[in-house]
Write a protein that binds this ligand. Structure first.
Ligand code: CP3
Length: 330
C-alpha cells in the first residue's frame, strides 16, 4: 500500500511519509509563472488543466508522499451562491452574510454544478500521479467556512461569526447545516473522482471557548464524517483543528496538529507539526526541530507535515533540506 495511506490505516513506518500544507503555492517559481497566466485565483481553482498541473508541480520537484488537490475551501461558499473574489496580496473577499434574508437569497443562487470542474482536476491528477503518491482531497470545516461567509474575509479572529453564534445561533446552525450537506456531497464527489483520503481544514477552530468549540466545530465535523462514511465506507479522514489541543474526537482517522501543540501520545494517528517559521529560517534550527519530531513520533503512526501552510518567502533549499533530513535513516 502507498506509504501515506498505510499510516492513515494505522501502519507504523520506519520512515515517516511526508507532505506540506500549501505545498502548491507562491514559494514555487513554477506556481507563480502559471498563476500569472490566470485572471484570478478562483479561475485557477476552476480550471482543471491548470489546477492539475499546479497540484503536480511540488510532486515533480520534491517527490512528496502526498499530493493535495489544488483548490480552495472557498469554492463551497461560491457554490452556495456567494460571490468570492481575491484581492491581490490581501486575501479573500466575500459579500458578508449577516441575516436570514441574505441566507435565503444565497440559497436561491446555489449552483453545485460548478464543482464538477474540480472533480475533473482530480481525475487528471490521478491519471498522472506516481504510483507511491497518495492523492488527498479536502474541504473546509463548517465553522471555518462559515467564518469567511459571515466576515467576508479573514483576520480579526473572525469576530463576525463568533458574535453571530451568541446573537443568532438558529441562523448560524442553519448555515452550518447547509455547509455540512454541501461539503459531504463535495467530498463524496472527490472520492468518486479518485482521491484516496481527505483533510478537513478547521483553521479558525482555536478562536472558540471549549463548549462553543464542541457545538460549532466537533459536532458538525463528526456528523460530516459519519455521513461521508455512509456513502464512502472507511473513507480515510484527517482533521486539522488549528489552535486546539484537546477534545478533538470526531471519528477522523488522524489529527493534524498545529505548530504550537506538543507531543500528543494519546492520539493513535497524527500529522504535523513543524513550525512553518523554522522552515523559513532553515539551518541548525530547522534540523533540530525536525529531529525532535522524528524522536517524539518514532515507531508511531505519524505523517510528517508543517503545523500550518508553508510561508511564501520560504527558500526552496530549506524544503530540500527538510526532505533529506526527514528521510535520512542514521
Ligand atoms: O497546496 C495546497 O495546500 C492545496 C491548495 C490549498 C489552497 N488553499 C490554495 C491557496 C488549500 C488546501 C487551501 C486551504 C485554505 N484556503 C484554507 C485552510 C488552510 C489554511 O491555510 O488555514 C483557508 C483558510 C483558505 C482560504 C484562503 N485562500 C485564504 C485566507 C487565502 C489568502 C491567504 C493567502 O495565503 O494568500 C487563500 C489563497 C490561496 N489558497 C492561495 C493558494 C495557493 C494563494 C493565492 C494566490 O496564488 O494568490
Amino acid at each position: 500500500m502507498k506509504p501515506l495511506l498505510s499510516v492513515l490505516k494505522g501502519h507504523k513506518p520506519d520512515v515517516m511519509p511526508l507532505w506540506m500544507m500549501r505545498q502548491a503555492g507562491r514559494y514555487l517559481p513554477e506556481y507563480r509563472a502559471l498563476r500569472a497566466s490566470c485572471s484570478g485565483f478562483m479561475d485557477l481553482c476552476f480550471n482543471p488543466q491548470k489546477a492539475a498541473e499546479v497540484t503536480l508541480q511540488p510532486i515533480r520537484r520534491f517527490g512528496f508522499d502526498g499530493a493535495i488537490l489544488f483548490s480552495d475551501i472557498l469554492v463551497i461558499p461560491a457554490a452556495l451562491g456567494q460571490l468570492v473574489t481575491f484581492e491581490e496580496g490581501e486575501g479573500p473577499r466575500l459579500a458578508p452574510l449577516f441575516d436570514e434574508a441574505v441566507l435565503s437569497h444565497l440559497q436561491k443562487r446555489s449552483d453545485f454544478s460548478m464543482l464538477s470542474s474540480i472533480y475533473e482536476t482530480v481525475e487528471r491528477v490521478k491519471a498522472d500521479l506516481p504510483s507511491h503518491v497518495t492523492l488527498l482531497g479536502f474541504c473546509g470545516a463548517p465553522f471555518t467556512v462559515a467564518s469567511y461567509m459571515c466576515a467576508g474575509r479573514g483576520g480579526d479572529e473572525q469576530l463576525a461569526v463568533r458574535k453571530l453564534a451568541y446573537e443568532n445561533p438558529v441562523l448560524l446552525q442553519q448555515l452550518i447545516d447547509l455547509i455540512v450537506d454541501a461539503s459531504v456531497d463535495y467530498l463524496e464527489g472527490q472520492f468518486r473522482a479518485g482521491v484516496e483520503a481527505v483533510q478537513i481544514f478547521d483553521s479558525w477552530a482555536g478562536v472558540l471557548p471549549v463548549l462553543e468549540f464542541q457545538r460549532w466545530c466537533i459536532e458538525p465535523v463528526t456528523r460530516m464524517i459519519s455521513m461521508l462514511r455512509e456513502r464512502v465506507p472507511d473513507a480515510p479522514v484527517i482533521y486539522f483543528p488549528r489552535g486546539v489541543a484537546a477534545g478533538m474526537e470526531t471519528g477522523a482517522n488522524c489529527i493534524s496538529l498545529d505548530w504550537r501543540t506538543g507531543f500528543q501520545p494519546q492520539l493513535p494517528i497524527t500529522q504535523g507539526n513543524l513550525d512553518p517559521l523554522v522552515l523559513l529560517t532553515g539551518g541548525v534550527a530547522l534540523d533540530r526541530a525536525i529531529d525532535q519530531i522524528k524522536r517524539d513520533y518514532a515507531g508511531r503512526s505519524h505523517i510528517f507535515n508543517l503545523g500550518h501552510g508553508i510561508i511564501k518567502e520560504t527558500p526552496i533549499a530549506h524544503v530540500e533540506q527538510l526532505i533529506r533530513r526527514v528521510r535520512y535513516v542514521g
